[in-house]
Ligand binder design. Sequence first.
Ligand SMILES: [Zn+2]
Ligand SMILES: [Zn+2]
Length: 255
Amino acid sequence: MAIDLVSRREWGARKPRGSYTPINSTRGVKVHYTGGRVDPGIVNDHARCVTLMKSIQNQHMDGNGWMDIGYSMVACPHRKVFEGRGPKRLPAANGAGLNGGHYAVLALVGSSGLVQPTDEILNAVLDAVEYLRARGGAGREIKGHRDGYATSCPGDRLYAWVRRGAPRPGGAPDPPDPHPSFPGRTLKYPPVMVGEDVRTWQRQMSERGWDIDVDGLYGERSREVCRGFQQEKDLAVTGAVNRATWNAAWQEPVT
Ligand SMILES: [Zn+2]
Ligand SMILES: [Zn+2]
């Protein structure tokens, strides 16, 4: 489904007070919530999303003294994506020093009232992310505002979704693994295990029968599983997924 974009003209944005700082690319996107109360009634009334957008822009320009709304894009409960500063322009909402690294995408949920992001909102966030990747050189990262900055944003519920890897809600089940696990086929060992690579390894260990969360985070449980597996395979027990450990995960278990 193509992005349902609400242009600045369509939502009646004020003109920016100055010129934007251009950027070519970012490592990805940071997700935000409003931090205040969002009237649950907006779910049934898109006109209220527009009103909320205007008030956020006013708050950022008049309250914070920013030249424009601080967000790059804003996702509403009607799976529409409002154009904020847009791609290729430095956002302001991530915190000083953190704006060049990530675009800022706001989801219209708050700390009270509408706190649970609906599927429509999550889909709109991902529509915005894809748009920023296509038009703004955004990288693969999807993080929360609280990553690297002391804030409750984007709220526990939205942040939990971010930590799960920001999956499409109710989306297609995982596509069949294009790399049959057995026998003898290995997935290429990544130079650095990050994000999806961690998830790939965890999924493989889970399929091998290890009790492990496939969360993309290489935490204490992942280290334990790694050590146990290394022991089982007579590998150096380091707790780190080195090349030998990675490859062994795709070798046929000895029965
Ligand atoms: Zn935020
Ligand atoms: Zn809306």
